[in-house]
Design a protein around this ligand. Structure first.
Ligand code: HEC
Length: 246
């Protein structure tokens, strides 16, 4: 009986722990809906990142050749389309912009993005990239509802267009409350296509933050199956040992 209780506890803990970490992650952002198993999406995300982000942001924990291997990108294509700041595949991804210049231009250095989805959460980063809006009082001409007063310009304005934000006039004194976005000036992508573009990009950012993630998950399933099987055998053995004693 005791073994049974113990086994139940182990299985329950195995099921509950991942749920608890999930619950911790959940701020009030809608789910990014990305899929780290979708390699085509990751490849598009890598292309987006190199073209639209690596001008300012580095990803100093990620090497080009590792990326090419994980995402099945042939070396010729890697060199031609993805490596802008280096010609050595074993190099890590550096930004094209010297940190000193960045501070001069933006007031802050753009953070390294290798681990950004781990520190902020995937959904948070997705929401950030969806939430730039016109604000003439800012030096960049835009503001952001997720990171108010952000120093980052809306680098995807050509694609998304520039949204305007509608705020509820606050009933009580205090900051007006965000209500919704409008898109008076659309970009070259439809809102759906823009969301896909951001989803792919964020998918790639999540991959960079933990390149081993999919392997770990796949392995995890086998580990749980093994533990269940092992518990079964342990239980049979327990029955066998105690049969004569009882
Ligand atoms: C023109 C330079 C520039 C480009 C290009 C750029 N960024 Fe940024 N980014 C910045 C700066 C500057 C900050 C710091 C903002 C701050 O702290 O207010 C920043 C901050 C961020 C942050 C951190 C936000 C937070 O919660 O602290 C994320 C995530 C981010 N950028 C993602 C991206 C992605 C993804 C791209 C490509 C689609 C990109 N950036 C392209 C300049 C840039």
């Amino acid at each position: 009986m005791r073994i049974k209780t113990f086994a139940t506890l182990v299985v329950a803990a195995g099921l509950l722990l991942p749920l608890m970490t999930l619950a911790n992650e959940g701020e009030s952002f809608p789910h990014a809906g990305n899929d780290p198993y979708n390699q085509a999406s990751l490849q598009r995300g890598a292309r987006n990142f190199m073209n639209y982000c690596s001008g300012c942001h580095s990803a100093k924990f990620v090497r080009y050749n590792r990326l090419a291997k994980d995402l099945a990108i042939p070396e010729a294509e890697l060199r031609a389309n993805l490596m802008f700041t280096s010609d050595k595949p074993a190099d890590t991804i550096q930004s094209a912009m010297p940190a000193q210049d960045a501070i001069k231009w933006f007031g802050v250095a753009p953070p390294d993005l290798s681990l950004i989805t781990r520190s902020r959460g995937t959904d948070h980063v997705y929401a950030y990239l969806m939430s730039f809006y016109r604000d003439a009082s800012r030096p960049t001409g835009v503001n952001n509802t997720v990171l108010v007063g952000t120093a980052m310009p809306h680098v995807l304005a050509d694609l998304q267009g520039v949204q305007t934000a509608v705020f509820k006039t606050a009933a009580v004194a205090g900051a007006p409350e965000f209500e919704k976005f409008e898109l008076p000036q659309p970009g070259v992508l439809s809102p759906e296509k823009y969301a896909e573009f951001v989803r792919d990009t964020v998918n790639f950012l999540e991959y960079m933050a933990e390149p081993i993630q999919t392997t770990r998950r796949d392995l995890g399933v086998w580990v749980i199956l093994f533990l269940m099987l092992f518990t079964g055998f342990a239980y049979l053995l327990y029955k066998e040992f105690w049969r004569d004693v009882r």
